[in-house]
Design a protein around this ligand. Structure first.
Ligand code: PLP
Length: 405
């Protein structure tokens, strides 16, 4: 099916405006996507018609809000093909999902001297939670390196895995390089050695069809705000037998079934991990974002974004002195680059004046920057509403900016 991109663009009110009197070109989708009217309407409808605190009160508004909140859980379950809805835990984002997993997994399974393998291309949110846990437990972080094309050297796993290895933490898609990692293969290597795998899906869930059962992963984390949904909502998926063995991450209301001063009995899955009042309206609006993604079709979206990636890559490579980081064939719509003699920050600042939003800096991936011996890059990242005409404007503006330096 060919997508009608102009029709899709019309769903996104924010894209209709001018910035500095120029048409906005929004290429910062890896940081956060924009929201269609359908998601904004769902958020609005929650607050204007059926808002109440979920799970607790026996009244109309609370019942309706609870049903809508729980309906999103079913939608996420279906979206990522989880075995059951109990395995879908709502959090405030990928960062919280990984912190939850690292804390609880560490408490349950990690002892002094144990090891966690973390890839060199990770976002800080899939490094620091493991370091915090390792610090508490006296465990060690072992790095799985990449090559200069942005490929994970998974052939080194055999060497890196030791009898002390407990878990491999890896991104499905790199937020800097765009590399799509061979998760099913890594999971198989891990499981052959009775090791668990956590996958950071923040950059994959907006672009790829995710099947956690086919991938056979133990944990999978994602963020709604990168999927045309609201911010402040994320998901941690976990295998049920694993989640059942983990202690709670936070204590409070909702995560208990009985509290006495002599001791507390925790609630069942997934509520054991959802302490306190969650982002009710955000989760409900995330349901609308999932409906939107499905109505576009994730395969259609992936095909279009790949076309944008190839179009932009060939145009950018024609610019003298421009270097792209991450050149894998299996790549999502992210292009990180630098231009000889011009600081990435200057490029980004000047592009902004042309109405073009890109990201500059280390992209929360310092170890990856160290690998390439750079301080940062310019990153252009695409979503389904982007067009080739926008890429033309971007490339022409970039050439003008370069010529100014
Ligand atoms: N992991 C990756 C690969 C990311 O790109 C990001 C955000 O950019 C995160 C994790 C953190 O996501 P959040 O800020 O939504 O928790």
């Amino acid at each position: 099916m060919t997508l009608d991109i102009q029709k899709i663009r019309a769903d996104f009110p924010i894209l209709q405006q001018k910035i500095y009197n120029r048409t906005l070109v929004y290429f910062d989708n890896a940081a956060t996507t924009q929201r269609p009217q359908q998601v904004i309407d769902a958020l609005n409808a929650t607050y204007t018609t059926f808002y109440g605190n979920i799970h607790r009160a026996a009244h109309f508004l609370a019942d309706k809000a609870t049903a809508a909140y729980e309906e999103t859980r079913d939608k996420v379950k279906n979206l990522i093909n989880a075995e059951s809805r109990e395995q879908i835990i709502f959090t405030k984002g990928t960062t919280e999902s990984i912190n939850l997993a690292a804390f609880a997994f560490g408490e349950a399974f990690v002892k002094e001297g144990d090891e966690i393998i973390v890839s060199e291309m990770e976002h800080h949110s899939n490094i620091v939670p493991w370091q915090l846990m390792a610090g508490r437990k006296g465990a060690k972080i072992v790095m799985l390196p990449i090559d200069d094309n942005g490929r994970l050297k998974i052939e080194l796993l055999d060497e890196l895995i030791s009898p002390k290895t407990k878990l491999i933490a890896v991104a499905h898609v790199s937020n800097v390089l765009g590399t799509i990692n061979p998760i099913a293969e890594i999971a198989q290597i891990a499981h052959n050695k009775s090791i668990r795998i956590l996958v950071d899906g923040a950059q994959a869930a907006p672009h790829l069809k995710i099947d956690v059962q086919a991938l056979d992963v133990d944990f999978y984390a994602l963020s709604a705000h990168k999927m045309y949904g609201p911010n402040g909502v994320g998901v941690l998926y976990g295998k049920k037998e694993l989640l059942e063995q983990l202690p709670p991450y936070q204590g409070g209301g909702e995560m208990i079934s009985e509290v006495k001063f002599s001791g507390t009995i925790y609630n069942e899955l997934p509520y054991k991990f959802e302490a306190g009042t969650p982002n009710i309206s955000g989760v409900i609006a995330f349901g609308a974002a999932i409906d939107y993604l499905l109505s576009v079709g994730i395969e259609n979206l992936a095909t279009w974004e790949h076309e944008l990636l190839e179009y932009a890559t060939s145009k950018l490579l024609a610019i003298p002195g421009l270097k792209i980081y991450g050149t894998q064939a299996q790549k999502s719509g992210v292009i990180s680059f630098n231009v000889d003699g011009v600081h990435f920050f200057d490029l980004g600042t000047m592009l902004d004046k042309f109405g073009i939003a890109v990201r500059t800096g280390h992209h929360c991936a310092d170890p990856l920057m160290d690998h390439f011996n750079i301080q940062g890059t310019v990153r252009a990242s695409f979503a389904v509403y982007n067009t080739k005409e926008e890429i033309d404007v971007f490339v022409e503006s970039l050439k003008k900016v370069i010529s100014m330096f």
